[in-house]
Write a protein that binds this ligand. Sequence first.
Ligand SMILES: *Cc1c(COP(=O)(O)O)cnc(C)c1O
Length: 379
Amino acid sequence: MIKRYLLAPGPTPVPPEALLAMAMPIIHHRSPDFLPVLDSAKKGLQWLCQTKNDVLIICSTGTGGMVGAVNNFFSAGDKALVINAGNFGERWTKICKAYNLSVEEMKIEWGFTVKPEDVEKALRRDPSIKGVFVQASETSTGVYHDIKALASVVKKFDNTVFVVDAISALVAHDLRMDEWGIDILIGGSQKGLMLPPGLAFVGISEKAWAFAEKSTLPKFYFNFRKERESLAKNQTNFTSPVTLIIGLNESLKILQKEGLENAFRRHERLAHATREAVKALGLEMFTRESPSNAVTAITAPAGVDGQEIYKNLRVKYGITAAGGQGQAKGKIFRIAHLGYAGTFDVITAIAGVEMVLKGMGHPVKLGTGVAVAQELLLA
Ligand SMILES: *Cc1c(COP(=O)(O)O)cnc(C)c1O
């Protein structure tokens, strides 16, 4: 037997409180049993997204939320400015193109973030741009884009909405939907929210709802205006994923007990300790600026295949972290500290990396990174 540790940037471990609640018998989604459950989840999500707006609960993975953010607010031929700084930025481009939007891509070198002034220039150059699409945390490269600054740029343009894929950032980063002016904010269950995969969350501003009135793209399963009407009655348009929503309430309860600020600080602390430990081992960060609190992306040492590090962690020590995606495949490996994560997740990950590197013949003094993480995480 090998004991397993899940340290991937999704799915993430699920706390026992949520697992137990989800083990209870299924209730009917139109019964009086369920209405207060959805009501409480709805309010909890507004608290988490720091918004008075509707936060829809969609039965799909995070990408479904991204798709809905395109087909509900735009029309074929509409101009989209996509900030493509990695694998998930690329996904925005693919979705927008699938729905025949006209895409202008702002390509950012992997490991770097977008400069808000470049977005402002692009919007001034072409005021017909209807949407700016970005990731908060670009999970493939481990950067965090400056959402606050970007929101303050897009806010100046009445014809443009700001669409943020916060699937890996929610809970790990302070994202103030109303105060900053984020128009569409997307989350997913299997990341910071500590749940199994299967739910997407979509927060929507009044500015964005006005865009929905004019959107002519086809909608059926992802019909957000219908979901909004249902949500007002504490229902979802189709059969509610009752089990996951029951789990969501448990996760939200845990987070509410911790407090938002504390949750952000915990993620910041774990991320910082991970980075410093990795650097103490002589490894380089793949992320070159503004690292995410959700995941640390590390460049594999010269001559070592990043996928082999990832594979050895899993096969030899039971640690499921992550390798690289797209152009970074083989060059990097990634460690998450997201959701149900604490001190000993970081220490486990760093100890595992040291043991794997040593096993692969890379010179490592065992305990070097672990000691740094321990110092930084002393209570
Ligand atoms: C995980 C992730 C997604 C995709 O989510 P799925 O649940 O796999 O559809 C999208 N964007 C980011 C930034 C992610 O981390």
